[in-house]
Design a binder for this molecule. Structure first.
Ligand code: ZN
Length: 271
């Protein structure tokens, strides 16, 4: 027996909630609104899987918008999709990576196939647009040369600040360095492809776009005006509403060949 939610109800409730947030007062729900909220509750299902299970689109990036986006020669579009059930080896949605040529996508489906139910509402990415911002990240402490790492350790001790909070951008991103769980973990080696090559970060489904606190950190440039509105819906720092239980997913690709299968790594980090 599985617990699932109706995708269409989750989407409709999202749009309703966005609309309600734009109203000045906290008006009581109408009976129709209440019944929509009720429809979003998890329901038991014996067989939630259709055959095949349509994937959910998670991200779509054009190479022209994202400097340095890894794309095979002759392609200019990266699409990330996932299966909306966690019944896979790692208890996370199975990721599918597609590179395409945008000009070859001609016949658009007016109603793309989608799963009638999904495992968790947290697996449905709320629609949002991208404001790409290029930033510089630095390697995990364990990937730094020994002398530099000693200086970083000394700096952390002296200031009480955490290197990772400043060195690794939070949020959804392409490229960068591998996410590390914390300053103290040594899981900094990138995964290796079956061909033996060290893989490189392709795309990260992060937590909040912000990790800023009184001592500093990251916040997207365009979120300045929203700085005090973290209670809005959706929250300014979390436009996708994806929640993977506090974990991030980092997708790696093999620089040797785009034909080699990408690898997904789950990461829990504290900063
Ligand atoms: Zn490879």
């Amino acid at each position: 027996m599985y617990e699932v939610v109706e995708l269409e109800a989750v989407r409709a409730r999202h749009h309703l909630t966005v609309a309600r947030w734009s109203r000045p007062d906290d008006e009581p729900r109408t009976p129709e609104e209440q019944s929509l909220f009720d429809r979003c509750k998890p329901k038991a299902s014996d067989s939630p899987y259709t055959d095949p299970v349509p994937l959910l689109p998670v991200a779509q990036l054009y190479a022209r918008d994202v400097p340095g986006l890894p794309v095979p020669n002759g392609t200019d579009l990266l699409q990330i999709l996932w299966c909306p059930f966690m019944d896979h080896d790692d208890d996370i949605p199975a990721i599918h990576v597609r590179w395409r040529r945008a000009d070859q996508v001609t016949a658009l489906l007016s109603s793309p196939p989608e799963p009638p139910v999904i495992e968790l509402e947290d697996y449905w990415p709320a629609p949002c647009v991208l404001h790409p911002e290029q930033v510089t990240e630095y390697p995990a402490p364990t990937q730094l040369p020994a002398e530099l790492r000693r200086r970083v350790d000394a700096w952390q001790e002296e200031t009480g600040l955490h290197y990772t909070q400043f060195a690794v951008a939070p949020g959804w991103k392409t490229g960068g360095w591998g996410v590390v769980p914390s300053d103290f973990a040594d899981a900094a080696d990138p995964p290796r492809c079956g061909c033996g090559t060290a893989m490189e970060p392709l795309f990260t489904l992060g937590l909040s776009e912000w990790n800023e606190d009184d001592e500093g950190g990251w916040r997207p440039l365009e979120d300045t005006a929203a700085a005090d509105d973290q209670n809005g819906y959706p929250p300014a720092g979390d436009p996708t509403l994806i929640n993977l239980g506090g974990e991030e997913l980092q997708i790696y690709y093999c620089p040797q060949s785009y034909e080699h299968p990408p690898v997904t790594v789950r990461v829990y980090r504290t900063l």
